[in-house]
Design a protein around this ligand. Structure first.
Ligand SMILES: C[S@@+](CC[C@H](N)C(=O)[O-])C[C@H]1O[C@@H](n2cnc3c(N)ncnc32)[C@H](O)[C@@H]1O
Length: 265
């Protein structure tokens, strides 16, 4: 098994080390935006990456609590297995569910945080505002809701990549993902349901060797039921985007951090 993993890994051990160092640094930069969160009851909404959960747990400490709410059962199982061996400061409670209907009572948390959730949110039936309002509903009055996500204020190879994933989701399942948009859109979304909204924009964060990982990925449209014409068009765009990555590397988007206070505190 280890041999197979090694053969499939497009990175040398040194490159993987550098890749992980950069991923941790990116994660730390975003999590530091939250400021002091020690002792808080925190909900991490939409995501189960061990890296983000570990970073949050360290910052929360033993006096607080951390709950991860994620729709994808497989992602949760992987995260649960990889965190099991770690002696985390704040142990993680994993919950499978939908951010549009978080299965928690009012006042269950002091802080809800998401990183990269919104651009992957399926808004075909309900708008993104409903998800944010539902998350606001599980935070005590005076608590915070905070969001980190990519925005389209600078051109980046990753934006085209995410747009292709969005169109693939639409062609194969009818999902309409919120996608990566202008920073003003995310800020306005938060202003509709929170008070005292503030935001911080952060420049693109390069991750060494991410280009090699992206270029080694298989075509995600393989095996999906997609109309012929749409498949051809998506393949053509994928090839163009990979060519650009070979030439220029996998350039990354700007990130925005938005937070606001839950009214009534
Ligand atoms: C880009 S990933 C988030 C990356 C994140 N930093 C992490 O820790 O995994 C977006 C995540 O949101 C989850 N997601 C999307 N829509 C959701 C929903 N309606 N409810 C719960 N999770 C959702 C996806 O399954 C995916 O794991």
């Amino acid at each position: 098994m280890a041999q197979r993993l090694y053969r499939e890994d497009p990175l040398t051990p040194e490159e993987r080390e550098e890749f992980e160092v950069d991923l941790i640094a990116f994660c730390d930069r975003e999590l530091d935006r939250l400021g002091e969160i020690e002792g808080l009851r925190v909900l991490y909404a939409g995501g189960a990456s061990p890296l983000w959960l570990e970073g949050l747990s360290q910052r929360i400490g033993a006096e607080g609590s951390l709950t991860a709410l994620e729709a994808d059962g497989e992602r949760l199982a992987v995260a649960r297995a990889s965190l099991r061996e770690m002696d985390l400061d704040a142990p993680v409670q994993f919950v499978q569910g939908d951010v549009f209907e978080p299965p928690f009572g009012a006042d269950a948390f002091d802080l809800v945080y998401s990183a990269g959730l919104f651009h992957e949110l399926d808004v075909r039936e309900r708008p993104a505002e409903d998800a944010l309002a539902a998350l606001v509903g599980v935070v005590r009055p005076g608590g915070r809701v905070a969001t980190s996500d990519f925005v389209d204020s600078t051109a980046a190879a990753q934006i085209e990549d995410e747009e292709l994933s969005r169109e693939l989701a639409r062609a194969s399942s009818g999902a309409i993902l919120y996608g990566i948009g202008p920073p003003e859109r995310l800020v306005a979304l938060h202003e509709r349901v929170l008070s005292g909204v503030r935001s911080i924009s952060s420049p693109p964060f390069a991750i060494r060797h991410l280009d090699k990982i992206v270029l080694s990925e298989k075509d995600h449209s393989e095996g999906l039921r997609i109309p012929h014409q749409a498949r051809r068009e998506l393949r053509r765009r994928r090839e163009d985007s990979r060519e650009q990555v070979r030439r220029e590397g996998y350039t990354r988007p700007t990130t925005i951090y938005v937070e606001g206070i839950v009214p009534g505190g």
